[in-house]
Design a protein around this ligand. Structure first.
Ligand code: GLU
Length: 479
């Protein structure tokens, strides 16, 4: 395969949202196309009218755009092999179907559903499997496009092929006659994708492992059509975190859109999914897109199922959040501020964000670590009571320590973060306690949240008046 001819595709069916497990089938082809200066093509496989979901195509395209998987040919952008919606390509399938009819390798299915059912029942009664090839009509009617077109499968009983991920594969089976084009003129997946991959000069067919069992069918069909098949690559399943089953919707497998709404960055999602069952042979985990483009290879995709570990996604997201410039992050959190934060002055928001950046695992965490900067929190001493370390002190001691903190901070003229840190250190000395006690106490009294940014910096942003007033309120509420 020369570098120029790398043409990969993502071929979703618009039957719903993109489940995270399917996105690798878009990411890997995209990476290969970019790596080799080729083209990445999006083709919408909308031939199953019963499973068609209104709006699904838009959702899928939107997800691809959000992840930065821009396509060179396909919906919205067109291309030399348009249309890229299978429902608009009937004529192409008809022409290819006719070629097979002409070669005597496909026939118009003359049977009604009731007749087929009768064959099935008869086979069952004789305790043998029902196969179409036993009922091939001797003189099939001329195919006029209104009957289903069935493949006259070869008698081959052994298939061998190479899969770029799975290696050498083989199957001992005789493919049965299957439908190529349905009576509505639309192709089955088995036929449609082969015709389109051929017409669109696709070099790699990268898809999920669920297709591996059908490869003999495809091989038989490629052979009948006199075509060469593209490089096949089947991607292993994505497994539940416990590794025992395929990840399903019930295991909390969300759509990419949901992760996006939860404040996962596209860079993190991309990084996470690309490295789900792939590594570059080192322990590196954080990869930029450019690094992935440079390093990705199908032969390093692991063959066993990859475990979907949401904790790893959150960790990566945190890493990516910290790598952003403040201005960039500021843009991205636009819709994530809490009730009080969203109407605050942008300069103040930015100051808060600079501090919160270290604490965010997702953008959705922002209100929890920032709202106390924008509105007065309500004291809740049960938080202190429930804290293992602080519970070692009596309420009287706790209040006394807060009073000391209040007094020490009130004498401070320079209210910069450094000067506050000095003062806090002196405070620890004065009360003869460790930070887990002394600082946690002040944290609760100022924020009444479990997780807050650096204490000295938070105090500096709150300012002297607010800090002292909050300490007073806390003390009063605790008495
Ligand atoms: N339309 C198929 C699906 O959505 C695509 C399989 C393929 O990539 O060939 O699963």
């Amino acid at each position: 395969m020369t570098a120029k001819s790398t043409r990969t595709r993502f071929a979703p069916s618009p039957t719903g949202y993109i489940h995270v497990g399917n996105v690798r089938s878009a990411i890997y082809p995209w990476l290969l196309a970019r790596q080799n200066g080729g083209q990445f093509i999006v083709r919408i496989e909308d031939t199953d009218r019963e499973r068609f979901v209104e709006g699904a195509t838009e959702l899928i395209l939107d997800t691809l755009k959000w992840l930065g998987l821009e396509w060179d040919e396909g919906p919205e952008v067109g291309g030399p092999y348009a249309p890229y919606f299978q429902s608009e390509r009937r004529e192409t399938y008809r022409v290819w179907g006719q070629k097979l009819v002409d070669k005597g390798l496909a026939y118009a299915d003359p049977y009604t559903t009731a007749e087929i059912e009768a064959f099935r029942v008869a086979a069952q009664a004789q305790k043998r499997p029902f196969v179409y090839r036993h009922h091939r009509p001797e003189n099939p009617p001329a195919w006029d496009g209104t009957q289903a077109l069935r493949f006259k499968a070869p008698d081959t009983t052994h298939y061998e092929w190479e899969d770029a991920v799975m290696g050498k594969l083989s199957a001992n089976e005789m493919v049965d006659d299957f439908i190529l084009i349905k009576s509505d003129g639309l192709p089955t997946y088995n036929f449609g994708h082969i015709i389109d991959d051929t017409e669109m000069h696709i070099s790699h067919a990268i898809r999920g492992l669920e297709y591996i069992a059908s490869i003999p069918k495809y091989l038989a069909l490629y052979d009948a059509l006199g075509l060469k098949h593209p490089i096949f690559a089947c991607l292993p399943h994505i497994m539940r975190p416990d590794g025992r089953k395929k990840l399903g919707k019930r295991d909390g497998a969300k759509s990419v859109t949901e992760y996006r709404q939860d404040g996962i960055l596209p860079e993190a999602m991309f990084n996470f999914l690309a490295t789900l069952g792939w590594n570059d042979g080192t322990t590196q985990e954080i990869f930029t897109k450019d690094e992935l483009i440079a390093k990705f290879s199908l032969d390093r995709v692991q063959r066993s199922g990859a475990r979907f570990d949401e904790k790893r996604l959150l960790w990566m997201n945190g890493q990516w959040i910290r790598s952003l410039s403040l201005d960039d992050l500021f843009e991205r959190v636009r819709d994530f501020w809490g009730e009080a934060g969203k109407t605050a002055n942008p300069a103040y928001q930015k100051q808060v964000l600079a501090l919160a950046q270290d604490r965010l695992k997702t953008l959705k965490d922002l209100p929890a670590v920032s709202e106390f900067f924008f509105c007065e929190p309500t004291p809740d001493w049960s938080m202190i009571d429930d804290n293992k370390q602080l519970a070692k002190l009596s309420r009287q001691q706790q209040i006394e320590f807060l009073e000391i903190a209040h007094d020490m901070l009130s004498t401070l003229n320079d209210f910069s973060a450094d000067s506050i840190q000095n003062c806090l250190n002196n405070f620890l000395q004065a009360i003869e306690q460790k930070p887990v006690i002394g600082f946690s106490l002040i944290r609760f009294a100022l924020t009444w949240t479990q997780f807050s940014p650096d204490l000295n910096k938070s105090i500096a942003i709150l300012g002297k008046d607010k800090t002292l007033a909050r300490l007073k309120t806390a003390i009063e509420a605790g008495k």
